[in-house]
Design a protein around this ligand. Structure first.
Ligand SMILES: *Cc1c(COP(=O)(O)O)cnc(C)c1O
Length: 424
């Protein structure tokens, strides 16, 4: 994507569409019809291309948020458009009780490339984690006398369904809609002794994110994740890695576990797998392959259209040199952020591959996100003092340079506001 690619939508058709949008969607009435369950910026986005998004006023934004790390190949990449258009022409959905080519092709390719024996496709990360918990409990029924407890980390986020929410660390959600599902216990992240002490006869699995995202982009240490794997082997329990965000190249390798030289029994994927469409996967290896017909299902599981999209994403990631490029460009992003951090006296920079978190010296992350939006840059703030960067895996160095310029302007804007605030 060209650095100065701030052009307007391509065709007059797009232009018309873009210009007719505000009159409909800017009305207060249509916004009021949406439950206020999600806080949203005022913009209405009408078009995306690579690392750029355009709103209904044809204003361009550089996107280092990418739908929350879902658009792994950026907005509307040609391979994804083609795979989905071809599949939509041929067949959208025969139903989850039947095979379809996308489902079969992606299953084989995903198992081969991740060293897994079986896969089940689902729609969301939360759903994949529900599946992982069910799989672990099934294994506990068969091999560990009905053991069912799953140990997770404090500040972890595994999704918002009841099982996934109950598994998530306390403090992660504003409202947990008590009562929670029983059978989960949280221990501090990167603390091996705490984990060891929490295992008992009822424990069936340990479930972790290799890099905690919502906690503020906190990577597991190598010592820790290796130790967790060893502990699971010694105690005869399962290791579940929630790679919904870290998987599919986000951390510079196909799965983040490869960065650690660790091999989980169960891995969940989501977000980047579909390249922007809802697709998730539950991967199982060896002894963890124990589900029987009828034990896991869903209307859209293995949907032909979505698995076709997943196939296009995976093929792209497996192309020669793609992941090396992610690591190289990720390094360039890291260096740029580090330079900016030192200039603005910010805190720690954490992450891997194309997944970075920058800690600020105060709780101004939300203000910086707002200022960045004003400067035409999309980023997110997982914590009050932390900025998160999840650009397209194929983002260009030119776009990284442009992002750093806009981010510097956003910092300056926030700093000026803070000074003015102090004076008055
Ligand atoms: C986003 C996320 C989830 C939840 O995925 P949804 O598709 O929103 O249900 C679970 N785990 C991790 C690590 C995530 O980042």
């Amino acid at each position: 994507m060209n650095l100065f690619n701030l052009r307007r939508p391509r065709s007059s058709h797009h232009l018309l569409e873009a210009e007719s949008v505000p009159s409909v969607h800017d009305s207060r009435q249509s916004r009021a019809c949406l439950m206020p369950s999600v806080e949203r910026a005022a913009q209405v986005f009408v078009r995306g291309q690579g690392s750029w998004l355009w709103d209904s006023e044809s204003r361009a934004y550089l996107d280092f948020y990418q739908g929350g790390a879902v658009n792994s190949l950026g907005h509307s990449p040609a391979v994804l458009i083609k795979a989905m258009a071809d599949q939509a022409q041929a067949l959208i959905n025969p139903g989850s009780a039947f095979y379809n080519p996308g489902m079969l092709g992606l299953a084989e390719r995903l198992c081969a490339s991740t060293g897994s024996d079986q896969v089940h496709f689902l729609n969301t990360g939360a759903e994949a984690n529900e599946g992982a918990i069910k799989l672990a409990r099934k294994w506990g029924q068969l091999h560990r006398g009905g053991a069912h407890r799953v140990i997770t980390a404090t500040q972890s986020c595994h999704g918002r369904s009841f099982g996934a929410m109950s598994a998530s660390g306390c403090g992660t959600f504003d409202n947990r809609f008590e009562p929670q599902l029983p059978g989960f216990i949280n221990v501090p992240f990167n603390d091996l002794p705490a984990l060891h002490a929490a295992v008992d006869a009822q424990t069936v699995a340990i479930m972790l994110e290799p890099v905690q995202s919502d906690a503020g982009v906190i990577p597991a240490t190598g010592h820790y994740l290796k130790g967790v794997e060893r502990l699971c082997r010694e105690l005869g329990i399962l290791l579940i890695l929630d790679e919904v965000q870290t998987g599919m190249g986000r951390c510079g390798t196909l799965l983040a576990e490869q960065n650690y030289g660790v091999r989980a029994d169960i891995v969940t994927l989501g977000k980047g797998l579909g390249g922007g469409v809802p697709l998730a996967a539950l991967l199982a290896r060896g002894k963890a392959c124990c589900l029987e017909p009828g034990e896991l299902g869903g209307t859209h599981h293995g949907n032909a259209l979505m698995t076709a999209a997943g196939g296009a994403v995976l093929e792209t990631l497996l192309e020669k040199g793609f992941l090396q490029q992610v690591r190289d460009t990720g390094h360039y992003l890291r260096e740029g952020l580090a330079r900016l951090a030192s200039r603005y006296a910010q805190g720690e920079l954490r992450g891997q591959g194309m997944f970075w978190g920058l800690t600020l010296s105060d709780d101004s992350a939300q203000a910086v996100v707002k200022a960045a939006l004003y400067e035409g840059l999309l980023i997110s703030a997982p914590q009050p003092d932390c900025l998160r960067f999840t650009p397209a895996l194929c983002v260009s160095k030119g776009n990284i340079d442009e992002m750093l310029l806009r981010l510097a302007r956003a910092f300056a804007r926030v700093r000026t506001a803070q000074l003015q605030c102090r004076r008055t």
